[in-house]
Design a protein around this ligand. Structure first.
Ligand SMILES: *[C@@H]1O[C@H](CO)[C@@H](O)[C@H](O)[C@H]1NC(C)=O
Ligand SMILES: *[C@@H]1O[C@H](CO)[C@@H](O)[C@H](O)[C@H]1NC(C)=O
Ligand SMILES: *[C@@H]1O[C@H](CO)[C@@H](O)[C@H](O)[C@H]1NC(C)=O
Length: 166
């Protein structure tokens, strides 16, 4: 749900309001009157500004110089509709629902599903056993091989370092 915010101009544009008695002047022709991310609406004798969808006023009480619309962070305000197992990523004026690393969009439209990295035999190579787990995988090296602390990398034959006093 994206809230639409309306705020009314309190500013009186003296001298601009009516060019002739009873004839309205369109204040909205003034560039930038409502700031970025807003639309200007002319009324008889005045005008109002309305934030674009996905934006809200920065200040409740505003003046001509502070009046502007800012992005609504739907992710922080929890007004997004991303499924539970998806990540909400805020973007200016809207948001995206993304799958976390190690997950992909499910084919059944139920959000994200785990990627079985081990289905690709090249992930851990021939010198290790690959075990899949939610969001990741682990390469367990065969005897005599090591991935030197990086359990998601391929294993190489262990090198024996000789110490001086050996
Ligand atoms: C706008 O307001 C003025 C002053 O109240 C009035 O005289 C005029 O008839 C109005 N114009 C329109 C188009 O409603
Ligand atoms: C807005 O201005 C009114 C009148 O000065 C004040 O009472 C109110 O607390 C202000 N609201 C905010 C959100 O600043
Ligand atoms: C794999 O490596 C990660 C990051 O270094 C570590 O947090 C995790 O405990 C390791 N898992 C196993 C089973 O060794």
């Amino acid at each position: 749900m994206l809230a639409t915010w309306i705020f009314f101009a309190s500013l009186k544009l003296n001298g601009l309001k009516h060019s002739k008695a009873g004839q309205d002047t369109d204040e909205c022709v003034m560039p930038g009157l409502c700031g970025n991310h807003a639309q200007c609406f002319n009324t008889n004798g005045s005008y109002y500004c309305r934030c674009n969808e996905g934006f809200q006023p920065t200040t409740f009480n505003f003046t001509a110089t502070t009046r502007q619309c800012q992005d609504i962070n739907e992710c922080l305000e929890k007004t997004h509709d991303c499924l539970d197992n998806m990540e909400c990523i805020n973007i200016i004026g809207s948001y995206n629902c993304m799958c976390p690393n190690g997950y992909r969009p499910s084919r059944t439209d139920s959000g994200c599903e785990d990627i079985n990295e081990c289905s690709d035999p090249d992930v851990c190579g021939t010198n290790a056993d690959c075990s899949n787990h939610p969001g990741g995988y682990i390469c367990t090296c065969h005897k005599g091989y090591s991935n030197y602390g990086n359990n998601q990398s391929k294993c190489t034959k262990m090198v024996h370092f000789c110490l001086a006093n050996e």
